[in-house]
Write a protein that binds this ligand. Structure first.
Ligand code: SF4
Ligand code: SF4
Ligand code: SF4
Ligand code: FES
Length: 948
C-alpha cells in the first residue's frame, strides 16, 4: 500500500492571535484570522477537493475545483482564496457543487494521458484522488492528453524527471520555486491549452534551478517526480529523522520500501525547515549505501601494510591492547581522541566519556575546534552562553539583517530561502564579505550595502561600524544601562570612539569605503530589529574570537538582543557542531560548558562514572599533533573526522599522524586520514542509528533508525565495545539511556528525554524546570551571565602578510551542491554541478599573470603549493582569490598556515597570502597523493577480490 501523505491544509497556516468562528457543513470551527475557508474546513475535518492549492504556497485560485457555497454570497467562491470570517455559514457538499466539480475535473482529465496503472505516481497522485473524490466516471471530450504526448521528458536533473505530458498547469511548482525556495527558476509559458511550465532554458540542468525539490514536492501529479520513485516504486513507510549535512538541521520523512530508502521528503512539522530542503538533504543521501562504504573492521600493524579484514572482536581486542601498551610505555597522556560533529549527541558524549573516564585524561577535542570554537568563546564571554541567541523563525521579524562571513544560499540553503523571503517582504540586508555572494543580488533581493571587507580585517570593520554608532549617538542607552555592565560599556565606548576605529581610518585596511560603513551602521542601528548571522568567514581567523565579541558589542549597543527578530547567530557548518560542543568535547569542559577544574562539577561526574577524573585540561587537536611530532603522543581514536584533509597545514598533520603508533579511524569510508591509521572501525550513517542532533538554533532533534547498520553496529555501540575491551564498562541498551545520563549531568538538558522529544517534535536548550518546553530565544529579560559584557576589541592584523612573493590573499568557502571535504556529496550525483574545485581570480589579477579561464594554475603559499584550474570572475575583488575545498585532490589545506585564533586555536583558514601563476603540472603533493590514491585503489581492489 502506498504511504498516506502528510495532511495538506490547502493554504499556509496563519498565526494571528485573533480568531474567527464560522460554520462549515453545520459544524462550528474557530481558526486564526486570515485562515482560508479551505483550511478552516480541514480543521473541522472536512476535505474540500482541490488541485492548485497546497499549504506550501499562497492560494492562487486557478483550478476552480474547491468551490463552496456561502450563505448570503452569490455564486460559488473558491474556498482556497476566500478568508474565513466571523459568522460565515459555508456548505462544501451540495448537488450543485458536485456537478460543478465533476465538470472541472472532466476538463482536466480530458487533457491528461490515462495511463494511471503504469504511471509512477499511481496511488500517490492528487489528480487521480480528486477524480475519485468528485465521482468522475466519464470523460466526454476524451483526447487522452494527445496534445502533449509527443513532448519529450526532461531527464536532465539527476534526481527528478519533468514529464510535461502529465502537467495540469496548476502552477504549484512555479509558486513553490518562487515563494518557498526564492529562486524563480520556473514560469508558465503561453496560454490556454498551449500553456506549459518552462525553465526558460533548454532544460532543468541548464536553468537557474538549484535542485531543492520544492517543485517536486508541490506537484500534485507525476509530472515532477523523483527518479528513485520512478525506478523503484512508491514508498510504503515513513520515518521522521534529521538531515546529517549542515547545521540548519532539517527534518525529513525518510520514505522506504523494506530496507530501501526511496526518497527523503522534507517534513512540514520540522521547526527548522518547515517543509523545505536543499539538494543535499533531499537528494544526496546515496552515499549511505555507496560501494565505497567499508563495512568490515580492519587492522594492520604498519601503515605501509595492506589492510586485513577482521572480526569486530579482533578489531576491538587489537585496538585496546595497542592503546594499553602505548599508555604503559609512554604514559597516561600519550593517547587521546577526537569526537565528531557528524555523529549524534549520544555518540559524542560517549567518546568524551571514554576518554575522560577510560583513558584517564582530558585529551579530547572535536572538529568544532577548526570551525566554531571562537563562537563558543566569544558568546560565552559577552552573553554568558556558547550558542546563538535565536530560532530561525525569528528572522521573519527582522528589519535589518547583517550577514557577515557567511554565504547562506550555498552553505545553509534552507535558512537562505527563509532569509530571502523576509528580504522580499522588505527587510534590509547588509552583506560583509570579501566576495560578492549570491545574496548581494539575487532575484527580487538586493543588499542595501555590500561591504567587501579584505580577508583578515573583520574586527576593523566591525569596530568602524560600532564607532559610527557610538560617535553619532545611536547607542540605545536605556537598554545598555538596564541590561549590560555600564562600566564595561563606558570603557568600550571610549575605546571605540577613538579616531583609529573610524571608517575613514580603517578604510585602507578593510578596503570598504567609509561612506558605506557609515550608512550601513546607521541602517543597522536605526532600521528596527537588527539581526546578525555569521559563519566561518568570521571564526576562522586569528582574531575569530575578537570578531564574535565585536558583533556581540554591536548588538548590545543597539539593543538588538533578547527578542524576536534580533540576535547574534552563528550559522553552524556541520549538522551537530553545536551538539558536539554541548556534549563536552573540548579538553577543558564537561557537557554544558563547565570547566574540568570545577570541583563540584567534576565530583558529580566522578560519582556517576565511578572513576577519578583529571582536573587538568587536556590537549587540543593542534597540541596533540605537536606532541605527536615531538614523539610524546602515540595513540588517537578519531570518530568521524578526516583531519588529514580538513585541518590546516596538512604536512604537519600527516607528520604527526605518521609518528603515532596506533591511529583508530571510525568512519564510513577510507578517508585521507585512514592512510595513516592502524585500525578501522566501520561507522554507520545517520540512516542506520538512533540519536539526536543539535542544530544552529540549539534545537535538539531526533535521528531515527531507518535501515539496518551495514557494519552491524551503530557508532555508539562501537564506542561501548571499544571501552569494554579497554576494561572500562559502560552499559546502555539504547541511545535514549545515554540522553537520560546527559540530562542528569547537564543543567541545560535537564528536561530533555526521547519521550519529550517525541511529544514536542524538537526542543531548543536550555530545557529544564524554568523552561520545560525549551528556549527559542535567549537572554530575554537578562543575559545568561547576568549583565551583558562589552569587550574591548582591538584590531590586531594577522601575522599572515602579503608581500612581493605572495601578493594575493586566498580565502575559502563552500558551494551549494557539495559538502565540506566531499566525502558524502562527491559520492552522489551532485558532481554534475561541481566536479572540481576552481580558483576564482579577478580579471585584473588574471590578466596581469597571463591566466585564461580554465588554465591550470599553481597556488603557492609559505606552507606549500597546489594546482587548480582558474575561474576568472569579478565576484572576487582584485587582490583576493577564492576556492572551495570539496575535493581531496585539490588539497587546499596543504597551503593554509599554522596561524590560529588567539583564544581557541581555531585555524586561520580564511587568510593565506599566496601567489598564483600558470603551470602545466600538478604539485608534488598532488602527484604523491595520486600515487597514494592509486595504491589505495589497488589495495581496495585486492580486498574485494579476496572477498569474492
Ligand atoms: S528544484 Fe527548487 S529551484 Fe529547481 S525548479 Fe524546483 S523549486 Fe525551483
Ligand atoms: S509540473 Fe506539476 S506542479 Fe507544475 S504545473 Fe504541472 S502539474 Fe502543476
Ligand atoms: S539546509 Fe542543511 S540540513 Fe537542510 S537539507 Fe540542506 S544540508 Fe540538510
Ligand atoms: S484549489 Fe482552490 S482554485 Fe484550485
Amino acid at each position: 500500500m502506498p504511504l498516506d501523505r502528510e495532511p495538506d491544509f490547502g493554504t499556509p497556516a496563519r498565526t494571528s492571535v485573533t480568531t474567527v468562528t464560522l460554520t462549515i457543513d453545520g459544524a462550528s470551527v474557530t481558526v486564526p484570522a486570515g485562515t482560508s475557508v479551505m483550511a478552516a474546513a480541514m480543521h473541522a475535518g472536512t476535505q474540500i477537493p482541490k488541485l492548485c492549492a497546497t499549504d506550501m504556497v499562497e492560494a492562487f485560485g486557478s483550478c476552480r475545483l474547491c468551490l463552496v457555497e456561502i450563505e448570503g454570497r452569490r455564486g460559488t467562491p473558491a474556498s482556497c482564496t476566500t478568508p474565513a470570517e466571523n459568522g460565515m455559514v459555508v456548505r462544501t457538499q451540495t448537488p450543485r457543487l458536485s456537478t460543478l466539480r465533476r465538470g472541472v475535473m472532466e476538463l482536466y482529465i480530458s487533457d491528461h494521458p490515462l495511463d494511471c496503472l503504469t504511471c509512477s505516481a499511481n496511488g500517490d497522485c492528487e489528480l487521480q484522488d480528486m477524480a475519485g473524490v468528485v465521482g468522475l466516471r466519464d470523460v466526454r471530450y476524451g483526447q487522452d492528453g494527445e496534445k502533449h504526448r509527443t513532448v519529450a521528458k526532461d531527464e536532465s536533473n539527476p534526481y527528478f524527471t519533468f514529464d510535461s505530458s502529465k502537467c495540469i498547469v496548476c502552477s504549484r511548482c512555479v509558486r513553490a520555486c518562487e515563494e518557498v525556495q526564492g529562486t524563480f527558476a520556473l514560469t508558465i509559458d503561453a496560454r490556454g491549452l498551449a500553456s506549459k511550465v518552462s525553465t526558460g532554458t533548454a532544460d532543468f540542468l541548464t536553468s537557474e534551478c538549484v535542485s531543492c525539490g520544492a517543485c517536486v514536492q508541490a506537484c500534485p501529479t507525476a509530472t515532477l517526480n523523483e527518479k528513485t520513485v520512478i525506478e523503484m516504486g512508491t514508498p510504503t513507510k515513513a520515518t521522521v529523522t534529521t538531515c546529517a549535512y549542515c547545521g540548519v538541521g532539517c527534518s525529513f520523512r525518510a520514505e522506504t520500501q523494506g530496507d530501501q530508502v526511496i526518497r527523503m521528503v522534507p517534513d512540514k512539522a520540522g521547526k527548522a525547515n518547515e517543509g523545505h530542503s536543499c539538494v543535499k538533504g533531499r537528494f544526496a543521501w546515496g552515499y549511505a549505501t555507496h560501494k565505497d562504504r567499508i563495512t568490515k573492521p580492519m587492522i594492520r600493524a604498519k601503515i605501509t601494510d595492506p589492510w586485513r579484514e577482521v572480526s569486530w572482536e579482533e578489531a576491538f581486542a587489537y585496538a585496546a591492547s595497542e592503546f594499553k601498551r602505548i599508555q604503559a610505555q609512554y604514559g597516561r597522556d600519550s593517547i587521546g581522541g577526537i569526537t565528531s560533529s557528524r555523529c549524534t549527541n549520544e555518540e559524542t558524549f560517549l567518546v568524551q566519556k571514554l576518554i575522560r573516564a577510560g583513558f584517564g585524561n582530558n585529551n579530547v577535542d572535536t572538529c568544532a575546534r577548526v570551525c566554531h570554537s571562537p563562537t563558543g568563546y566569544g558568546l560565552k564571554t559577552t552573553f554568558g552562553t556558547s550558542a546563538g541567541t535565536q530560532d530561525f523563525r525569528s528572522v521573519e521579524k527582522a528589519d535589518v539583517v547583517l550577514v557577515i562571513g557567511a554565504n547562506p544560499t550555498d552553505g545553509h540553503p534552507v535558512f537562505g530561502s527563509r532569509l530571502k523571503k523576509r528580504l522580499r517582504q522588505g527587510a534590509k540586508l547588509i552583506v560583509a564579505d570579501p566576495r560578492r555572494i549570491d545574496l548581494v543580488r539575487t532575484p527580487h533581493v538586493e543588499a542595501s550595502y555590500h561591504l567587501p571587507v579584505m580577508p583578515g580585517t573583520n574586527v576593523a570593520l566591525l569596530n568602524a561600524l560600532a564607532h559610527v554608532i557610538v560617535t553619532e549617538g545611536l547607542v540605545k542607552e536605556d537598554y545598555v544601562r538596564e541590561r549590560c555592565d555600564w562600566q564595561d560599556f563606558e570603557v568600550w565606548a571610549r575605546f571605540i570612539a577613538q579616531d583609529i576605529n573610524s571608517p575613514e581610518a580603517t578604510e585602507a585596511k578593510t578596503g570598504v569605503p567609509a561612506a558605506d560603513v557609515r550608512a550601513a551602521a546607521r541602517l543597522y542601528a536605526t532600521g528596527g530589529n537588527g539581526a546578525i548571522f555569521y559563519g566561518l568567514g568570521v571564526t576562522e581567523h586569528s582574531q575569530g574570537s575578537t570578531t564574535v565579541m565585536a558583533m556581540a558589542n554591536l548588538a548590545m549597543a543597539t539593543g538588538n538582543i533578547g527578542r524576536d527578530g534580533v540576535g547574534v547567530n552563528p550559522l553552524r557548518g556541520q549538522n551537530n557542531v553545536q551538539g558536539s560542543c554541548d556534549m563536552g568535547s573540548f579538553p577543558h569542559e564537561f557537557s554544558g560548558y563547565r570547566h574540568v577544574s570545577d570541583d563540584a562539577t567534576r565530583e558529580m561526574f566522578e560519582n556517576l562514572w565511578g572513576v577519578e577524573l583529571s582536573a587538568e585540561p587536556g590537549l587540543r587537536i593542534p597540541n596533540m599533533l605537536d606532541e605527536a611530532v615531538g614523539g610524546r603522543f602515540k595513540g588517537l581514536y578519531i570518530q568521524g573526522e578526516d583531519i588529514a584533509q580538513s585541518d590546516p597545514n596538512t604536512k604537519h598533520v600527516t607528520s604527526g599522524l605518521r609518528n603515532m603508533e596506533c591511529v583508530i579511524i571510525q568512519d564510513l569510508f577510507l578517508n585521507e586520514t585512514a592512510k595513516y591509521a592502524h585500525v578501522f572501525f566501520p561507522g554507520s550513517s545517520f540512516l542506520e542509528k538512533d540519536g539526536t542532533f543539535t542544530n544552529a538554533e540549539r534545537r535538539i532533534s531526533r535521528v531515527r533508525k531507518v535501515t539496518p547498520s551495514l557494519s552491524g553496529l551503530a557508532d555508539w555501540e562501537i564506542t561501548l565495545r571499544f571501552a569494554e575491551a579497554l576494561g572500562y564498562e559502560m552499559t546502555y541498551d539504547h541511545p535514549s539511556q545515554i540522553m537520560d545520563e546527559i540530562a542528569h549531568l547537564t543543567p541545560t538538558f535537564t528536561g530533555v528525554s526521547y519521550a519529550r522529544l517525541d511529544e514536542l517534535g524538537s526542543i531548543q536548550w536550555p530545557c529544564n524546570q524554568s523552561a520545560p518546553e525549551g528556549t527559542p530565544i535567549m537572554h530575554v529579560d537578562r543575559f545568561v551571565r547576568g549583565k551583558g559584557k562589552f569587550m574591548v576589541t582591538e584590531y590586531v592584523p594577522t601575522d599572515e602578510k602579503t608581500g612581493p612573493r605572495f601578493p594575493l590573499l586566498l580565502t575559502t568557502g563552500r558551494i551549494l551542491s557539495q559538502y565540506n571535504v566531499g566525502v558524502q556529496t562527491s559520492r552522489s550525483h551532485n558532481n554534475v554541478w561541481h566536479s572540481e574545485d576552481r580558483l576564482e581570480i579577478h580579471p585584473f589579477d588574471a590578466e596581469e599573470r597571463g591566466i585564461r579561464d580554465g588554465d591550470l594554475v599553481a597556488l603557492q603559499s609559505r606552507s606549500g603549493d597546489v594546482s587548480l584550474r582558474a575561474l576568472i570572475t569579478d565576484r572576487v575583488q582584485p587582490g583576493v582569490v577564492y576556492t572551495t575545498f570539496h575535493h581531496a585532490k585539490s588539497g587546499v589545506n596543504v597551503i593554509t598556515t599554522d596561524y590560529s585564533d588567539w583564544a581557541t586555536n581555531c585555524p586561520e583558514y580564511k587568510v593565506t597570502a599566496v601567489q598564483v601563476q600558470r603551470t602545466n603540472r600538478y604539485s608534488d603533493w598532488q602527484n604523491e597523493d595520486r600515487e597514494n590514491a592509486d595504491l589505495l585503489r589497488m589495495i581496495e581492489g585486492s580486498m574485494s577480490h579476496a572477498a569474492e
